[in-house]
Design a protein around this ligand. Structure first.
Ligand SMILES: Cc1cc2nc3c(=O)[nH]c(=O)nc-3n(C[C@H](O)[C@H](O)[C@H](O)COP(=O)(O)OP(=O)(O)OC[C@H]3O[C@@H](n4cnc5c(N)ncnc54)[C@H](O)[C@@H]3O)c2cc1C
Length: 506
C-alpha cells in the first residue's frame, strides 16, 4: 500500500462523522496531533439527531452491526467499546412481515433461526439456511482482509490468492441467484437479499460479494446502544478527546491553503486557519473535489444510490403482547419486489407497493420517548433527486400519510394516537448538501466497488486522503469506520501491531 510521503505530524480531519472520528482515533493512537474541524455543532454527521416534544430521535442509521469493527477504533486509543458505550444485542434482529400475512423472526443464533425457518417454510429450507449461513460466513472471512478492510493502489491490487477463493465462492456472480442455490421460498429470498438496497443496487444485479451485508445483520447480529445511535459518535468523540484530539465545532471548512502540491492549512468560513501536515477530508465528494481543486477523470459517470424518506412518529406505547410482535426492527415487505427496485432506481418513482423498515428504538431504550409513549422511525426507500421528479415539498406529506397507514394496517396496535414529529425527504437530504439528495452516497455497482470506487487518494495532491461513504469501502456504519482507518493507514503506513495481529488471526 502506498502511504503519504513527507511530514504527517499534525493532521486535520474535516468532518466529525463516523469516518472522521475513526480516522482521528486511529491517528491519535499512532502519535499524530489531530484536530477535527466540523461544521455541525456536535459529532455524528449522518448519525443525526433531533429532540422533539420530549422524544430523542436518531435521524440516520438504526441497524448497528459489527461492533468488533467499532471496537478497533476504541482500541486504537487504548480504550474499549464495551467500557465506553453500553450496548445490547437486538433479539430477534428483525421481524419480517410479508404481504400474504405471514411473518418470520430473524434470529442470529443458528439453531433458533433454523427452527424458525422450519416452522415458516419446512425442513428443506431450514437446511438450506444453514448452508447459506455457512457460505455467508466463508464469504465474509474471505473478503474482509484484502477487499473490505484494505487499501487498493490499483485494480491490480485485487490479484491476490483471496481473489481466487472469492471467485470460487461465487462472489462475482449476482447476489440473488447465489442465494437461490440455498433457498427456494421467495419470502426467505427477500430476507437474505433485501440488504442489496443498502448497497443501492437491486439484488438481481448486485454482486454477490455484497451478501456480506446479509452476513453482518443476519449472522453477526444487530446491536443497539443505550441512549440511541447518537451515543456512538458521542462515545467516539469523547474517547478521541481523552486521547488528545481537539475538536472545533460550528466551523465549515471553505478552503484548503496549498503550498505546491501539499495542503499547508485548512481555512474555515469564519476565518480560522488550522495548519496541517496532512488532511483527511470526509466531506461530500463534489465538495471534496471542489476543495482540492480537481476532479479525477472517470470513464463512467458516478451513479448515486437511491435515497429514502424517513418519518419519525410518537405514538401510544404498544402493550406487552403487541410489543413482542412489533420488536425493534420490522421489515414490512410489499407484494411487489423486482418492480420496487425498478420504481426507485430506474423509473425515478416512489414504490408502487411499498416495502418499509419500521424501527421502534424504544423497544431497546424506553427513555427515548416520554412515559407511556413509543418512538417509531419509518423508512421508505425512494428515488434520489437525480432520477426522481417528485416534488417532495408539495407531495411529501401525502406520501408520508400513506407510509403511516401501511404501518397501522400491517402492525396492529402500533402507531395509535400518532403524532408526526419529523420528516426527512430526498429534498431535505439535498438541502443538507448531499449530492443527488441521497444520504447513501454512491451506489455499489461493479464500477463503483473496491479499486473502481473513487479512491481515497487524489493524484497530484500529496498530503490529502479521503474517507467516508463515497470512497472505499463504502456506505454504512462499519464501512465508514473502516474508511477512517484506511485513511489513517495512508497517512502513517500500516502499523506493525496490526500487521502482526492480522497474521495471528489468519
Ligand atoms: C437515514 C439513514 C439511514 C441509514 N441507515 C443505516 C443503517 O441502518 N446501518 C448502517 O450501517 N448505515 C446506515 N446509514 C449509513 C451511515 O449512517 C453512513 O454511511 C455513515 O454514517 C457515513 O459516515 P461518514 O463519516 O462517511 O459521513 P458523514 O456522517 O456525512 O460525516 C461527514 C461530516 O463532515 C461534515 N462536513 C461536511 N462538509 C464539511 C465542511 N465543509 N466543513 C466541516 N465539516 C464538514 C458533516 O457535517 C459531517 O459531520 C444510514 C444513513 C442515513 C442517513
Amino acid at each position: 500500500m502506498r502511504a503519504l510521503s513527507g511530514r504527517t505530524d499534525r493532521v486535520v480531519v474535516v468532518g466529525a462523522g463516523l469516518s472522521g472520528l475513526s480516522a482521528a482515533m486511529q491517528l491519535a493512537g499512532r502519535g499524530r496531533s489531530v484536530t477535527v474541524v466540523e461544521r455541525g455543532l456536535h459529532p455524528g454527521g449522518r448519525v443525526g439527531r433531533a429532540d422533539v416534544n420530549g422524544y430523542r430521535l436518531d435521524t440516520g442509521p438504526t441497524v448497528l452491526t459489527m461492533p468488533d469493527i467499532i471496537d478497533e477504533a476504541f482500541a486504537a486509543v487504548g480504550e474499549s467499546l464495551a467500557d465506553c458505550l453500553p450496548m445490547d444485542p437486538v433479539h430477534p434482529a428483525y421481524h419480517a412481515k410479508f404481504a400474504d400475512g405471514s411473518a418470520l423472526q430473524v434470529h442470529t443464533d443458528a439453531a433458533a433461526m433454523a427452527a424458525e425457518i422450519e416452522r415458516f417454510a419446512g425442513r428443506a429450507e431450514a437446511d438450506g439456511y444453514l448452508r447459506l449461513r455457512d457460505w455467508l460466513t466463508k464469504l465474509y472471512r474471505t473478503e474482509f482482509d484484502g477487499f473490505i478492510a484494505d487499501n487498493f493502489d490499483s485494480p491490480l491490487s485485487l490479484l491476490t490468492p483471496s481473489l481466487a477463493r472469492l471467485v470460487a465462492l461465487g462472489g462475482f456472480r449476482r447476489w440473488e441467484p447465489v442465494v437461490r442455490r440455498f433457498l427456494s421460498d421467495e419470502r426467505l429470498l427477500r430476507v437474505f437479499t433485501f440488504q442489496a438496497l443498502y448497497a443501492g443496487v437491486p439484488p438481481q444485479s448486485a454482486l454477490a460479494v455484497y451478501a456480506v451485508i446479509a452476513y453482518m445483520d443476519t449472522v453477526a447480529g444487530v446491536y443497539f446502544p443505550r441512549g440511541g445511535m447518537r451515543a456512538l459518535p458521542d462515545a467516539m468523540a469523547a474517547a478521541a478527546s481523552r486521547a488528545g484530539v481537539e475538536f472545533v465545532y460550528g466551523a465549515p471548512v471553505s478552503e484548503l491553503e496549498f503550498s505546491g502540491s501539499r495542503v499547508a492549512a485548512v481555512r474555515t468560513l469564519d476565518g480560522l486557519r488550522v495548519p496541517a501536515d496532512a488532511v483527511v477530508l470526509t466531506t461530500e465528494l463534489p465538495d471534496t473535489y471542489q476543495l482540492i481543486g480537481r476532479t479525477p477523470r472517470r470513464p463512467l459517470r458516478l451513479r448515486p444510490a437511491p435515497s429514502a424518506v424517513v418519518a419519525h412518529v410518537g405514538c401510544r406505547a404498544v402493550g406487552d403482547g403487541a410489543g413482542q410482535e412489533a420488536g425493534h426492527h420490522t421489515i414490512l415487505f410489499g407484494d411487489a419486489w423486482k418492480q420496487t427496485f425498478r420504481d426507485i432506481i430506474d423509473d425515478g418513482k416512489v414504490m408502487g407497493d411499498p416495502s418499509l423498515l419500521v424501527t421502534r428504538p424504544t423497544a431497546g431504550d424506553p427513555s427515548l420517548a416520554p412515559p407511556g409513549r413509543d418512538l417509531l422511525y419509518v423508512l421508505a426507500p425512494a428515488p434520489n433527486t437525480e432520477i426522481g421528479s417528485m416534488d417532495w415539498d408539495a407531495a411529501g406529506s401525502g406520501y408520508v400519510q400513506q407510509m403511516l397507514s401501511a404501518v397501522r394496517d400491517r402492525m396492529p396496535g402500533v402507531g395509535d394516537d400518532a403524532e408526526l414529529l419529523h420528516v426527512v425527504t430526498p429534498a431535505d437530504w439535498r438541502r443538507q448538501g448531499m449530492a443527488a439528495g441521497t444520504p447513501f452516497a454512491l451506489a455499489h455497482t461493479f464500477a463503483q466497488t473496491g479499486p473502481f470506487r473513487p479512491a481515497n487518494t487524489v493524484r497530484g495532491v500529496d498530503n490529502v486522503v479521503l474517507a467516508g461513504s463515497s470512497t472505499v469501502p463504502g456506505v454504512g456504519v462499519p464501512t465508514a469506520i473502516l474508511s477512517g482507518r484506511l485513511a489513517a493507514d495512508r497517512i502513517t503506513g500500516i502499523p506493525v501491531r496490526r500487521l502482526t495481529s492480522e497474521v495471528n488471526h489468519s
